[in-house]
Design a protein around this ligand. Structure first.
Ligand code: GDP
Length: 475
């Protein structure tokens, strides 16, 4: 390392046990190799099979990615609607849709689906993708070229679109012809036909279409594990099921230098010197303006009960037990600054029972979701990443923002239950079964028997989520 702004030690394993490809220009994306300097190597080793499949995906991407001979040829066929023989390469285009946490989860889902079906993943850049993420694959971009012929239609694709897979099924069109492209509507409002995407029989048809265009706001990987034809491959890729997003996330999502600057400056200034780092991610889905007393009560009850933070002593002014007194840094994230101010003041105004010192920090309080502002999602991404660098993490129910942090960090979080009727739930939180994200809108269908089924009860590694009873997650 010749960059004097960085810690001096040489990273033990810059390539995360072979998960990352070598040969990138390090300066163009410092986070790719520096994440290990921030205390975060992988929690487990990726399988050698996963590593070899990633390397062969990279070769495929190099051969088929934007502006290669194969890409140009397949785009020509899409434009003309005429297919002259089987295409050299097949593609999956991911449409940038929904909040940033959602997008990170769907992009990982799309990539795994591409890996399983030998497709090339191309990414619609939306307004901000290129500002947020480095290129994950060597040499050839993952960004969909701006002159791609159907980009202008992306925003109008919805549940009703004629070219959606579900609607083609309804009109029996999948029997007769192979269309030049197929729109996969996997957004939470999708219907029973759209959901047949998760059936083997239907994958046979989908396989034949050279261009798949996908719009989704869900982490749909748990349901891929229920498709029999993917079973063996997934077992080989991920012998430990709860590592799926941890590995895919650390492989794909490297903050750009702008985002990395925000991450590392904050980390060095407020977090790195503490004996322990606690992350608390607050996302309130209630309507109305916070801060709410019941949410604050819940945060304090959870961190106390689970021994994440010490209680305060309101009777004494000074408590100084013998021995070294630890410091804990609490990183809070929220759209609102109210919770952070209250917790910070509590630990300033009173000593802790244990004599520990608690510093409380919150990088931003953006007020509300502002998708169009460049700096807004840069900060959101930096905050998710900072949360992932903590030692222990508390997250909010239903929030993909928290899922991303726990998955990247390899952390099994304590999940704050969703408050009902403006009261703090009791118990306030519980430890998650695994670090995997929850699939919020899974199908409940048995493709063979053609009946409804509880997809959370079919195999031991796909279960209902802690924070959403109908959701599915890998454990
Ligand atoms: P989810 O709605 O909690 O599942 O998470 P998403 O990331 O998909 O969407 C929420 C969006 O609101 C984020 O992308 C941010 O733009 C914003 N947001 C929510 N919570 C925070 C926060 O704690 N910090 C920042 N900076 N932005 C947030």
């Amino acid at each position: 390392e010749d960059d004097s702004s960085q810690p001096a030690e040489v990273p033990k394993d810059k390539l995360l046990n072979g998960l990352l490809a070598s040969g990138f220009d390090e300066r163009s994306c410092l986070s790719r190799y520096q994440s290990v300097l921030y205390g975060k190597s992988l929690t487990h080793k990726p399988s050698s099979y996963l590593i070899s499949r990633l390397r062969s995906y990279e070769d495929l991407h190099k051969r088929c990615g934007p502006f290669t001979v194969s890409y140009n040829k397949t785009v020509e066929q899409l434009k003309s609607g005429k297919q002259t023989g089987p295409p050299d390469c097949n593609y999956l285009v991911w449409i940038s849709f929904s909040g940033l946490g959602n997008r990170i989860l769907t992009l990982a889902s799309a990539f795994l689906y591409a890996l399983l079906t030998n497709r090339v993943l191309l990414v619609d850049r939306g307004v901000d993708i290129a500002d947020l993420f480095c290129e994950p694959f060597p040499e050839v971009s993952w960004l969909l070229p701006t002159d791609f012929p159907i980009t202008a239609q992306f925003s109008s694709f919805n549940q009703k679109s004629d070219l959606s897979y579900g609607n083609m099924l309804k009109k029996n069109l999948t029997q007769t012809e192979v269309p030049p492209f197929l729109y996969l509507h996997l957004v939470h409002d999708y219907d029973d036909q759209d959901k047949l995407f998760f059936c083997d029989q239907e994958q046979d048809f989908i396989k034949k279409v050279p261009w798949l265009i996908m719009k989704t706001d869900n982490y749909f990987i748990p349901s891929l594990f229920l498709i029999p034809s993917f079973e063996q491959e997934l077992r080989n890729l991920f012998p430990e099921k709860e590592m799926v997003f941890h590995f895919l996330g650390r492989y794909l999502f490297h903050p750009t230098n702008q985002v990395w600057g925000l991450v590392t400056r904050y980390y060095r200034a407020y977090l790195s010197k503490a004996d322990e780092k606690i992350g608390i991610q607050i996302r309130v889905f209630d309507t109305g303006v916070g801060p709410f007393q019941h949410v604050l009560d819940q945060i304090i009850a959870c961190t106390l009960k689970e021994n994440l933070l010490p209680g305060i002593n309101p009777e004494e002014h000074i408590i100084s037990p013998p021995g070294k007194q630890n410091t804990k840094a609490v990183l809070m994230t929220s759209l609102n600054s109210g919770y952070f101010e209250k917790v910070r003041d509590m630990y300033w105004e009173h000593p802790t029972m244990t004599g520990e010192f608690i510093g409380v920090y919150q990088p931003s309080h953006e007020g509300y979701q502002q998708t169009e502002k460049q700096m807004h999602n840069v900060k959101a991404w930096a905050e998710m990443y900072l949360l992932s660098l903590t030692d222990k993490l508390v997250t909010s129910s239903w929030s993909t923002f928290g899922y991303v942090a726990q998955g990247l960090g390899g952390l099994k979080p304590w999940i704050l239950y969703k408050p009902e009727n403006q009261t703090a739930p009791n118990p306030p939180c519980r430890r998650a079964m695994s670090m995997e994200p929850c699939f919020h809108a899974p199908p409940f269908y048995d493709c063979k028997k053609k009946t409804g089924v509880d997809t959370g009860a079919l195999v031991p590694h796909v279960r209902h989520c802690e924070d959403m009873s109908w959701g599915l997650k890998l454990v």
